[in-house]
Design a protein around this ligand. Sequence first.
Ligand code: ATP
Ligand code: MG
Length: 568
Amino acid sequence: MSNPGEKTPANFIETIINEDLKTGRYGNRVHTRFPPEPNGYLHIGHAKSICLNFGIAKAYNGLCNLRFDDTNPSKEDVEYVESIMEDVRWLGFDWEDRLYYASDYFEQLYQYALKLIKLGKAYVCDLSPEEIKEYRGTLTQPGKESPYRNRSIEENLDLFERMKNGEFPDGSRTLRAKIDMSSPNLNMRDPVIYRIQRAKHHRTGNTWCIYPMYDFAHPLSDAIEGITHSICTLEFEDHRPLYDWFLDTLGVECHSRQIEFARLNLSYTVMSKRKLRALVEKGYVSGWDDPRMPTISGLRRRGYTPESIRDFCERIGVAKTNSMVDIALLEHCVREDLNRRAPRVMAVLNPLKVVIDNYPDDQVEWFDAVINPEDPESGTRKIPFSKVIYIEREDFQENPPKKFYRLSPGKEIRLQHAYYIKCVDVVKDQQTGEILEIHCTYDPETRGGWSSDGRKVKGTSHWVSASHALKAEVRLYEHLFTKENPEEVEEGQDFLVNLNPNSLKVLTDCLVEPSLKDAKVGDRFQFLRQGYFCVDKDSKDGMLVFNRIVSLKDSWAKIQKNEAGKQE
Ligand code: ATP
Ligand code: MG
C-alpha cells in the first residue's frame, strides 16, 4: 500500500488494521490465516471466515495462509483435509505455497513448552482431569492451587520429558501454565497446555503421545507463521489474555493481534460440525454433500455458485454481536446471480398429456427461443413442437375456481414460444376419475405465441413435446429443519426433533426439453416458472437428475420491499 492505513475501512476489523498500519506495529505487513480443524467438512459459517481472511489479505495486498489446526488426533482425518482444500479453492481463494499444519510445529511447540518450564512458568501436574476441574473454581469462586504447582524446574523438565517418552498412562499427568489460580478469567487459572494421549495422528502417526492444547498451539502457530491479525470468532474473546500471555511470556518475534467477530448463524440451519456429523452418521442425510446440508460441498452440489456465496458473505458483513441471518438472503443471492447467467429451459415436473386434435399427425415445428432474456449475448435455442405435448398437471383444472387463469374446458391459454391452445375435451379413468389426458385445438394464427388479431389470454404455460422430451428426476428441497432456530428444544430433547420430514421430495416422471441432452453434472438452468436447477452427480445415461437450487419466489426481496414501504 502506498499510504498505509488509508484504505476506507469496510468494517471494524479493517479499522484496527488501518491503525496498525499507521503506527507500523507490523511494518506494512498484513498477514492473515484461515485455520480449520480437519474434523468435518466446511460449512457456510466457515465461508464467512474464509471470505474475511482471504478478503482482507487481498484488500491490503497482504497474504493469507491455509493452516490445518490438527492438534487433536482422535477426531481428525485426511478425508476432511482434502475436502477443505477443495472447498476453499472452489470458493475462489488461493493460499499459493502457504499450506501449513499445526502438526508441523509439534517439535517447535515442544521446545516452547520447555522454555516455559525453564522460565518457571509451567509445571507438570498429577491431578486427574476431574480434580483439575474441581480445583479450577467458578466464576464467583477463586481456584485452588495444585499441590504440584511448586515442583522444581529440574523435576518438571524431567517429568515432561518422560511424558513425551511415553512413560506415563494417558490422562495421568498434564503440563500446565503457571499463571494465576485466582484470576477472574477462568482461562488464566493454570490452563493445561499438554496432555498425554496415545492416538495415531493423521500426519505424525505415533511419533507423539503428548499433544498441545489449542490455546497453546494457536498463538504460537500464528507467531511461527508471522501472522499479523489473527481473526477468530467471539467465543475466543475470553481466551485473548491467554493468547497474549503465551506470546509475551515466550517473547516471540511476531506478536499477532487477535480480533474476534460474531460467527454466522443461519435460520433453519445448524452449523456446528459435531451436529452436521451427527446428521451424516445417523443417516438423516445422504452424506456431507447432501444438497440440504449447509456445507460448502452440499451447497455446491445443490447448485450454489461460489460468486453467490461470496456475495452473501459480503452482504452480511462482520459485527461484534451474535445474530441470526435469514436463510432467504442466501437464496436471494444465488437467485440474483443465476438470473443473470442461467439458461432458460422448459421442464414439466408433473406431466399431463395434451393432444392437439387439429395439429397434423407427423408435423414437427422448431421454434426459436431466447436462452436468457437477461443476457443479450446468450442467443437462442430450438424447441420442437408436435401434436402430443405435456403440460404441468397443476396448469389444468376441470372445475377451476374463479381466478384460475390457466387451462380449463373451453378456455384458451398460450403455450410459451408456440401457439394459443383451447381445451375441448377431458379423458378420465372411468374407475378412479383421474384425468388421463386432455384434448385441445390450436390456433395456427398464433404462431410463436402471439395472436395476430390482438386477442389476449391471461395464462401462459410451459410444455414439452412428448416425442422429443427427455426423462428426468427432479429433487425438490425444503429447509432441513422446521424451526427457525433448530437448537431451541424442550428439556431432554435435541435438535434432531426439529428435522423437517418433508425436506426432500423426489419427482421421478419429469420431462425436460431436448436441448438439455448434453447437460453436464453441475450445469445450472432456470426451469421456466419452477426455479433454478442443477444437474446432480446421480444422473445416468437416459436419466438426468436435477436438484432444485431455489424456487423463483424471492421471499427476501419481498421482505425488503415491505420494509422500504414501511419507511416511506
Ligand atoms: P464448528 O463449531 O462448526 O466445528 P469451529 O469453530 O470449531 O466450528 P474450526 O474448524 O475451528 O471450526 O473453524 C475454522 C475457522 O472458521 C475458525 O477461525 C472459526 O472461528 C471459523 N468459523 C467456524 N464457524 C464459523 C461461523 N459459523 N461463522 C464464522 N466463522 C466461523
Ligand atoms: Mg473447533
